[in-house]
Design a protein around this ligand. Structure first.
Ligand SMILES: Cc1cc2nc3c(=O)[nH]c(=O)nc-3n(C[C@H](O)[C@H](O)[C@H](O)COP(=O)(O)O)c2cc1C
Length: 225
């Protein structure tokens, strides 16, 4: 296992949604590093993700307070062209890449599709683009808590005793992935030595799918389909 691989597995394990933040701003060098990563993700995917800092308004809404958000004033807006047929999945995949990198930089995050002010979001939308969701980012007052998870056999059709080591690592990381309202509506199988992950029906399941695929690939070192 490489050192890099080790770090990302720790980041996957340690990441939990954090909704209460300290007022500590994100230092310039960390902002620069995040923006560099976001730029390369955008070039690779066609997304238009943006880091927006020092903007308390986006989370100054009834819904955000109801969702117990506090001092959330930095976020990554996940934006992209409506013409991308897999916009939700791409947003999930590349957004999670940013989330785990942020975790390794000592930051905390929370994926947010509902409890923010959509109209107050400062993201630039070019014509034909839409906001998929945002990701709150900052220094947490706490590290969050481990979510309850469905049992492995509800998520994966391969019996644990038959799982190759890389596949098992991927499944464990998939189960630790954030999903909307912790719905975990995805399914993992093994087809001709390749992992196949599919989304269940319902809102946000495509974003979840991208997030889960990123976690699986990062921890297993294997591409999935
Ligand atoms: C696509 C997506 C949308 C989400 N939207 C919200 C939201 O609007 N408000 C909120 O408080 N949490 C939101 N969450 C966070 C989930 O509730 C959280 O990831 C889930 O309960 C699992 O907990 P964990 O992230 O701590 O592992 C969202 C998560 C995802 C993946």
């Amino acid at each position: 296992m490489t050192m890099e691989n080790m770090d990302i597995k720790e980041a996957i394990r340690d990441r939990h949604s954090v909704r209460q933040y300290k007022t500590t701003p994100i230092p310039e060098d960390i902002k620069t590093e995040l923006k560099k990563l976001i730029r390369s993700c955008n070039e690779e995917s066609g997304l238009h993700m943006q880091l927006i800092t020092d903007d308390p308004e986006c989370f100054d809404t009834f819904l955000a307070h109801y969702g117990k958000f506090k001092n959330a004033r930095n976020y990554v807006a996940v934006v992209g062209p409506r013409s991308l047929s897999d916009l939700g999945e791409l947003g999930g995949y590349y957004g999670q890449k940013v989330v785990l990198a942020a975790q390794m930089m000592g930051l905390n995050t929370c994926w947010v599709a509902g409890t923010y002010g959509r109209g107050k979001c400062k993201a630039v939308k070019e014509s034909g683009e839409k906001i998929v969701c945002v990701i709150a980012i900052g220094y947490g007052e706490n590290a969050g808590v481990k979510h309850k998870s469905k049992p492995v056999d509800k998520i994966c059709s391969v019996p644990e005793k038959d799982m190759p080591v890389w596949f098992k690592n991927g499944v464990i990381a998939a189960i630790m992935a954030p999903t909307a309202i912790n719905q975990q509506k995805f399914h993992i199988s093994l087809d001709n030595g390749e992992a196949v992950i599919t989304a269940g029906k319902g809102p946000m399941t495509k974003i979840d799918l991208g997030i889960v695929k990123y976690n699986f690939e990062a921890a297993s070192g294997h591409k999935c389909r």
